[in-house]
Design a protein around this ligand. Structure first.
Ligand code: ADP
Length: 257
């Protein structure tokens, strides 16, 4: 049996009187790569923030391993869950190297400074995301795609069990999109990292993910292997468009009408 690392049980959430998530159940296994799909406003970002403990569910519970997420402190969450947001504000005064090094903070005691081990992890994270070339530049001197790679490098430097990514490739060119998904897939297989990525890259998500979760208006509308859920019926209903789906080996070819 696969070990569950993260579990949302009957999670509902509202911003004021606006219901955003409604009774969401989701289990993520160790080493599993899950794609989170859905139209704008369907609740993807909110779901990820709840999974990272940045927002508390109004109803329901999030479990991380054997513990309730709300019983776990922020530092421990930062050691166990890596969070890659769409953009990070407030970091413009820092260099890339400084930002990626922040990924190690949760592993250091209050008066401890970085060791060679920490520096090596930071170095490996910069290499894995192809970010070494701009390591000494500041965030405001980078393109959107370069920034996304820095945020991913920072999360990798946390050496988490789980990586939550909010549209991690929206600004990336094709080469880097492919590289990032291939890297995530490799980390899932080799290090048993669990990956949950919200994305509009249907094609790539379907190619690399074990399972897809489709959200619609805050509810899980479909969940399953890419082949089970990427059907014209399900996609048509969720995205309110007509689409044809053809499979070539394990890759879908989506033709939107
Ligand atoms: P997605 O990531 O799928 O686009 P979000 O989780 O960002 O969806 O948003 C879900 C809904 O919640 C949207 O209708 C959005 O307008 C609303 N929303 C998001 N953040 C806030 C907020 N801070 N305050 C009020 N409403 C919000």
């Amino acid at each position: 049996m696969m070990e569950t690392t993260l579990e949302l049980r009957h999670v509902s959430f509202r911003y004021g009187d606006r219901a955003v998530l409604d009774d969401v159940d989701l289990e993520i296994a160790s080493g599993e790569m899950v794609g989170l799909l859905g139209p704008n406003g369907s609740g993807k970002t909110t779901l990820l923030k709840i999974a990272d403990g940045l927002l508390r569910p109004g109803q329901g519970e999030v479990h991380l391993g054997d513990s309730r997420l709300r019983d776990i402190g922020r530092r421990e969450i930062a050691r166990r869950i890596g969070w890659v947001p769409q953009d990070l504000e407030g970091l413009f005064a820092y260099s890339v190297l400084e930002i990626v090094s922040m990924g190690r903070f949760a592993h250091l005691g209050p008066w401890e400074s970085e060791t060679d081990h920490d520096r090596r992890i930071v170095e490996e994270s910069l290499i894995a995301t192809d970010a070494q070339a701009f390591r000494d530049r500041y965030l405001n001197e980078l393109s959107g795609g370069e920034r996304q790679r820095v945020f991913l490098a920072r999360a990798l430097a946390q050496e988490p069990e789980i990586l939550l990514l909010d549209e991690p490739t929206s600004f990336l060119d094709l080469k880097h999109r492919l590289e990032i998904y291939a890297l995530l897939s490799k980390l899932a297989r080799e290090r048993r990292l669990s990956v949950v990525a919200a994305s509009h890259d249907l094609q790539l998500i379907a190619q690399f993910c074990d399972r897809l979760v489709l959200l619609r208006q805050g509810r899980v509308a479909a969940v399953g292997a890419p082949r089970e859920v990427l059907t014209p019926e399900i996609l048509g209903e969720i995205f309110e468009t007509r689409v044809e789906v053809e499979w070539r080996d394990d890759q879908p070819l989506l033709v939107w009408k």
